[in-house]
Design a protein around this ligand. Structure first.
Ligand code: ZN
Length: 200
């Protein structure tokens, strides 16, 4: 199954290289997804392109660089005062959001009271908006702290908000480290951004 996973990764790499104009940086932030029902392994690109260890400072950090670009390019759903909400480029499910402080800090213990409050408020609103748009049956919320804690980009704190539906798991992640994502990131971002200020 290693070889199956590698083939999918190679196909993804090939596909992405054909759309260089749509890709904004080596971290693969944004880009324009080009189809539905793709078998897509974008999370593997991080390893192919040099691993997560490349994110050490704000200059190489997608959570620091993203806010300098347009919402569409960076997949940003909402910008707050001290924190923002962005679609995870490596979603476990459609609508998988990340709430990040703008500051490049690694640990939950590093954030200020204002940042703590806003990360919490944005997380609550993200749940309301996801519920309005896609009616998930449940959520997973959480922060992975440190590489040993499973953080993909350990240098910059981010809270995951993963909508869950009954039966959303499937065999792909087990047999081929591949997950079917049935909606494009740009479509999902637009839906959530449109709903953000109208849902309460
Ligand atoms: Zn950062």
């Amino acid at each position: 199954m290693g070889s199956a996973g590698e083939e999918h990764a190679a196909a993804a790499a090939s596909s992405m290289s054909q759309h260089d104009d749509d890709i904004t940086d080596r971290h693969g932030l944004a880009g324009v997804p080009d189809g539905f029902q793709r078998l897509w392994t974008p999370y593997r690109m991080a390893y192919i392109q040099g691993g997560q260890g490349q994110v050490k400072d704000p200059e190489t950090c997608p959570f620091c660089q993203g806010p300098h670009r347009s919402d569409e390019e960076s997949l940003i759903v909402h910008r707050g005062t001290t924190a923002f909400v962005v679609l995870n480029l490596y979603p476990y499910n459609p609508g998988h959001l990340l709430v990040c402080p703008y500051r490049h800090v690694p640990n939950y213990t590093d954030v200020t009271p204002d940042e703590t409050a806003e990360v919490a408020e944005l997380s609550q609103q993200a749940m309301r908006v996801l519920t309005h748009v896609s009616q998930p049956a449940g959520f997973n919320l959480g922060m992975n702290q440190g590489a040993a804690g499973g953080a993909g980009i350990a240098a910059h704190l981010h809270q995951h908000i993963v909508p869950r539906w009954g039966g959303d798991g499937n065999f792909f992640p087990i047999i081929a480290q591949t997950k079917a994502i049935p909606a494009t990131l740009s479509d999902v971002r637009q839906q959530l951004a449109d709903a953000w200020n109208s849902v309460s």
